[in-house]
Write a protein that binds this ligand. Structure first.
Ligand code: NAD
Length: 287
C-alpha cells in the first residue's frame, strides 16, 4: 500500500466540506463529490470563508489559502471522483443502507489499493465494509465538527480492517494536522455514545420542565466545564443526524438509548439546527 496522495470526499455537507478542507490543507489532491452542483458550490464557498477567517486570525497565510483552493476539485459524478483516489472518505447521511449502496458503487470505480473510509458517527464499520469484496481496506475515520478546528479523528477498525489500512490512515490524519485514537468497533464508538447520552438526557430534562434550554446549557458549561451546552451542541450537529444516531444506538444497544420524544417532535417540525436556521434555538438565517 503506497502513500496516500489523492482523496475523494463523498458528500459535501457539514462534515464532507470540513474534511475536504483539512485534506487540502494537508497538501492532498482532493475531489469533493455530492448530488448537486449547488451544494458543491455552496460548500466550496463556506470552505473559502473559513479559510479567510484563518488568514484574518493569522493562522494561515494568503498563499496557503490559494494553495488549498487549487487542491480542491468538485464533481457530481461519483465514478469520476473516485477514479484515481488512494483514499475515499464517505460523509453522506447516517443511513446504513445508503452508505452500503454507496460503498458498492464506489468499489468497481476505483483502484484495488484504494482505502474506503466512512465518517459514520455511530454505525458498524464492519457492516458497511462487508459489502465490498476486500473489507480489509475499509475503516472508520470519525472527524468532529467543525472539522477544521477540532483536533481529533477517532479511527475505528472493523473486524476485517488490516493493520496496513490503519497505519496509512493514521499517517494521512497526521498530515491533516489531526491527533488520532485507535478504537475497535462497537456502536457509537467512544465519543458518539457519550455525547448522544448527554444530549438525550438534556431533551428529557427539557421535556420534564427542569429548566429552559439556556439554563440547562449554562449549567453544563459553568458547572461541569463543558465548552458547549448540550442544546448548542445538538444544533451544531443537526437534530436529524442526532436522532438517526440515537435510533441506531437504541436498536443495537438497548432501551437506555431510546430517543427523547421531544427531540423526535423537533425533527418532525423541521427544527434541524443551525443548518436550517432553527433548532432548539433560533438563528434567523442558515449558519
Ligand atoms: P449533512 O446532511 O450536512 O450532509 C450530507 C451530504 O451528503 C449532503 O450534502 C447530501 O446532499 C449528500 N448526499 C446525500 N446522499 C448522497 C449520495 N448518495 N452521494 C453523494 N452525496 C450525497 O450531514 P453531515 O452532518 O455532514 O453528516 C454526514 C456524516 O457524518 C453522517 O454519517 C454523520 O453521522 C457523520 N458525522 C456528523 C457529525 C456532525 O456533527 N454533523 C459529526 C461526525 C460525524
Amino acid at each position: 500500500m503506497g502513500d496516500i496522495e489523492k482523496i475523494a470526499v463523498i458528500g459535501a455537507g457539514i462534515m464532507g466540506r470540513g474534511i475536504a478542507h483539512v485534506c487540502a490543507l494537508g497538501g492532498f489532491d482532493v475531489i469533493m463529490q455530492d448530488v448537486s452542483e449547488e451544494f458543491l458550490r455552496n460548500s466550496a464557498a463556506i470552505i473559502s470563508t473559513n479559510m479567510q477567517k484563518g488568514v484574518d486570525r493569522k493562522k494561515l497565510t494568503p498563499d496557503q489559502k490559494v494553495a488549498v483552493e487549487a487542491k480542491l476539485g468538485l464533481s457530481t459524478n461519483l465514478a469520476e471522483a473516485v477514479a484515481d483516489a488512494d483514499l475515499v472518505i464517505e460523509a453522506i447521511p447516517e443511513d446504513l443502507a445508503l452508505k452500503q449502496e454507496t460503498f458498492k458503487k464506489i468499489e468497481p470505480c476505483c483502484p484495488r489499493h484504494t482505502i474506503l473510509a466512512t465518517n459514520t458517527s455511530s454505525m458498524s464499520v464492519t457492516e458497511i465494509g462487508a459489502v465490498v469484496s476486500d473489507s480489509g481496506r475499509t475503516i472508520g475515520l470519525h472527524f468532529f465538527n467543525p472539522v477544521h478546528l477540532m483536533k481529533l479523528v477517532e479511527i475505528i477498525s472493523g473486524l476485517e480492517t488490516t493493520p496496513e489500512t490503519l497505519a496509512a490512515c493514521e499517517a494521512a490524519c497526521r498530515r491533516m494536522g489531526k491527533e488520532t485514537v485507535r478504537i475497535n468497533e462497537f456502536p457509537g464508538f467512544v465519543t458518539t455514545r457519550i455525547n448522544a447520552m448527554i444530549g438525550n438526557e438534556a431533551f428529557t430534562m427539557l421535556q420534564e420542565g427542569l429548566g429552559s434550554p439556556e439554563d440547562i446549557d449554562r449549567a453544563l458549561k459553568l458547572g461541569l466545564n463543558h465548552p458547549m451546552g448540550p442544546f448548542e451542541m445538538v444544533d451544531l450537529v443537526g437534530l436529524d443526524t442526532r436522532l438517526k444516531i440515537l435510533e441506531y444506538l437504541h436498536q443495537t444497544l438497548g432501551e437506555k438509548y431510546r430517543p427523547a420524544p421531544l427531540m423526535v417532535k423537533y425533527v418532525k417540525a423541521g427544527r434541524l439546527g443551525r443548518k436550517v436556521g432553527r433548532g432548539v434555538y433560533e438563528y434567523g438565517e442558515k449558519k
